[in-house]
Design a protein. Structure first.
Length: 278
């Protein structure tokens, strides 16, 4: 599969994983959701190691663990934002920041997309900004707390994408194994230090594990895409994941989408088409 196809599939699965993660955090404690979902992802990547082999060198694990630390901060703040804010706003706001970090890194380190692809990048950024508009919000604007959490979590996710990209290309899925080990350890220590229980609330385990498995599946697709294509373009495509979160929130939870948000979803599809044609 091409990098564009892998990154697009990654975006769809990421958005679905975030939807399930949002549901889980509304039913259970944030740290419990993070640790248990990450454990589900750890089991998946461990099962994939023999199927997608790579070189388990020190560099692969080290870069993976560094990305895991960045991702752990990102996901804790992201799930907290989903639990306290509107899902159809928190996810796109996070995506905007998560897109900016790797795109800037890619351009600085030598990515030179074609003119058509750059138009797709700009359209993708515009799409994320449009779907970030919360319907029915007055002049007072969104609550600051969840938005700040979304912005900081986006920076963490952006760092996660960059650090995975710089891992050795022959390392296969080993960086993801290192990432999960580091993130689970860090969040478990955080729960211990703050005396937070990691026991899931009744009825939340299935949706939590589903979120973790889907998240890891998306990470696998991202790593494969990043190994095959320019980070600048892959990051933009992956960051369009709020489109699937929005649609699930609309049809499952009944959250209303404004005409502006629907237009943003259309622009997201246009961005994918432009980058694919470049």
């Amino acid at each position: 599969m091409t990098a564009v196809a892998l990154a697009t599939a990654c975006a769809v699965i990421f958005g679905t994983a975030d939807f399930f993660g949002g549901l889980a955090t509304r039913r259970s404690r944030v740290l419990a959701v993070v640790v248990l979902s990450q454990l589900g992802g750890l089991l998946l990547v461990a099962a994939l190691l023999p199927v997608l082999p790579g070189h388990a060198g020190t560099a692969a694990l080290a870069w993976g663990m560094a990305s895991g630390v960045a991702g752990a901060f990102g996901i804790v703040l992201f799930y907290r934002g989903l639990a306290t804010g509107m899902m159809s706003v928190i996810a796109p706001t996070t995506a905007t920041t998560a897109m900016a970090v790797p795109v800037l890194f890619g351009l600085i380190t030598g990515d030179r997309p074609s003119a058509l692809a750059l138009v797709g990048v700009v359209l993708g950024l515009f799409a994320v900004l449009l779907v970030s508009r919360e319907p029915g919000r007055g002049a007072s604007g969104p609550k600051a707390g969840p938005i700040v959490a979304a912005l900081v979590s986006g920076a963490g996710f952006g760092g996660f994408f960059v650090l995975l990209k710089v891992a050795p290309e022959d390392s296969g899925m080993w960086p993801l194994l290192g990432a999960r080990i580091a993130s689970i350890t860090l969040v478990a220590l955080l729960a211990l230090a703050t005396r937070k229980s990691l026991r899931p609330a009744p009825g939340s385990l299935t949706v939590t594990i589903t979120a973790g498995v889907l998240d890891m599946a998306a990470n696998v697709l991202y790593l494969l895409a990043a190994q095959r294509g320019m980070l600048t373009l892959v990051a933009v495509l992956v960051s369009l994941y709020p489109a699937s979160t929005l649609l699930l929130a609309r049809y499952v939870l009944g959250e209303r989408l404004s005409p502006v948000q629907i237009t943003g979803v259309g622009f997201a599809l246009g961005a994918i088409a432009l980058i694919a044609a470049a």
